[in-house]
Structures are given as structure tokens and as C-alpha cells.
Design a protein around this ligand. Structure first.
Ligand code: ZN
Length: 252
């Protein structure tokens, strides 16, 4: 097969992954290659790509590029301003996640908001990828190689390194704003909390808590007991901040 050249144009914030300010990349190929591999060779994980147009025609990741082509690549954030609404490659409404081991603070925020996130700081790459695939969870990471695994169907590369910004990124990307249920999930182990009678948790309470609080929730996974003590106000403030940032940004 004689070599042929392709030109890829990355839209939205995808040039971020290219490591340069240019949004267009020229490539020489000498064999048939899937469009997914061509795009990932440029540094862009497939989980970030929502629409691919090859020579004017929308295609999926398996499309084979075998001749001179012009390829347009769009991220999720461009819906509404680009055509081919029925040819989107990503789901936005994912409700369960697995986070890689460096994202403890993000995970705490998300669980606080009631979002289902599997997290083990000691998990290895292979485990993360397997959980994402077998449980149909979106993989959250700052390691783009992980997102390039063929078995990872859904995922997101966090742009920011700051937990609050990361939380907002996830809420936007997966449209979670209306699905939030604060204080319903264990911050330690991700299990849903259940109301517990005071007598059931009495032995686990500090002396003052026994006196001042009447309503409790308990995690059926790890046994952690929750009540609206002094830490509660702080957590509530964090939720309010996230919610107002989310709403504020939505109206812009
Ligand atoms: Zn728990």
C-alpha cells in the first residue's frame, strides 16, 4: 500500500491533548488504520471524542482510514452547535464511576453529593480498567493511557488538578446536576446510607453526641454512623458552594 496523508482537525477543547496550540495535525499512514487508532496516536483518548466526520460523513471508532482523508473530531461539549446529533459516540448520562488512585478528594466530593464512585487508592491500572468495563462505569483519571484501553467504553480525563474544579467538570460532563442526592452515600466506602435508630448506634457515639442528636444514618457496608454534627455544617457549605458554582456556570 502506498503511503497516504490525512489531516485531522480537533475542535472544542481537544487541542489541549495535542500538546500544541495548533488544532490541526497532518499524518502519514502506510497501512489501513482505524480512525480510533489514528486519533489516539495524536494523544486524544477515544473517551473524549463524541463525533468524528471523515470526508464529510459521520463515522464510528471502527471506521477504517485507507486513503487520503480529512477528519474532523469533536468533543462532547460541542453538542447543540454541531450537526449529526444521532451520530454521537459518547453517553452523557452516566451515573456510576470508578476513579483512579490519585483522586481521593474528588471522590469525597462526589460521594458527598450522592454520586456512585468506586475508589481504592491501591487499585492497579488493570483493576481500574476491568471495573470500568465489567460494571459499565465511567473511568475518571488524569492518566490518558488508561482511557486509551480498548475495553474502556466511558471515561473522562480531568483537566484540572484542583478537587472543586474537578467536581464541577464531572457534574457538567455527565450532566449530573439534577441527579444529586447529598448525604445519602457513605464517604468512606460508597454504600448507600440507611436511617438508624439511636438505640442501634448508641454504642458507637461519643458522650455529647448521645445527648444532643436524635437522627442518625448508618452505612450498611462499613458500619460508619453519620449525624448532623459539627462537621455537617462544613460539608453542607461545600455542597452549597458546588451547587451555586454549577448553577452560575450553567446560566452563562
Ligand atoms: Zn461505608
Amino acid at each position: 500500500m502506498s503511503p497516504f496523508s490525512i489531516r485531522l482537525t480537533f475542535h472544542g477543547d481537544l487541542p489541549f491533548f495535542l500538546g500544541s496550540k495548533a488544532s490541526t495535525v497532518e499524518r502519514q499512514l502506510s497501512e489501513k488504520t482505524s480512525v480510533k487508532d489514528v486519533i489516539e496516536a495524536c494523544g486524544v483518548p477515544h473517551t473524549e471524542v463524541d463525533l468524528i466526520i471523515v470526508n464529510g460523513v459521520p463515522v464510528d471508532f471502527a471506521c477504517v482510514v485507507d486513503r487520503e482523508s480529512s477528519i474532523e473530531v469533536y468533543p462532547v461539549g460541542t453538542r447543540g452547535i454541531t450537526p449529526f446529533a444521532e451520530n454521537r459516540l459518547q453517553l452523557t448520562e452516566i451515573r456510576s464511576f470508578v476513579a483512579d488512585g490519585h483522586l481521593g478528594k474528588l471522590v469525597r466530593d462526589l460521594r458527598l453529593l450522592g454520586v456512585d464512585v468506586v475508589y481504592d487508592p491501591a487499585a492497579e491500572d488493570r483493576q481500574l480498567v476491568t471495573i470500568a468495563s465489567s460494571e459499565n462505569r465511567a473511568l475518571l483519571t488524569r492518566d490518558r493511557r488508561l482511557l486509551m484501553h480498548a475495553i474502556v467504553r466511558h471515561g473522562y480525563y480531568l483537566r484540572s488538578q484542583e478537587p472543586m474544579e474537578q467536581t464541577l467538570e464531572i457534574l457538567h460532563r455527565f450532566d449530573l446536576g439534577s441527579a444529586l442526592a447529598p448525604f445519602t452515600r457513605c464517604l468512606r466506602c460508597n454504600t448507600l446510607l440507611k436511617p438508624a435508630k439511636k438505640a442501634e448506634v448508641f454504642d458507637q457515639l461519643e458522650p455529647l453526641t448521645k445527648i444532643y442528636y436524635e437522627q442518625f444514618r448508618r452505612c450498611s457496608g462499613c458500619g460508619q454512623v453519620y449525624w448532623s454534627g459539627s462537621h455537617f455544617a462544613k460539608l453542607q457549605k461545600r455542597i452549597e458552594t458546588i451547587r451555586s458554582r454549577l448553577t452560575g456556570e450553567d446560566t452563562t
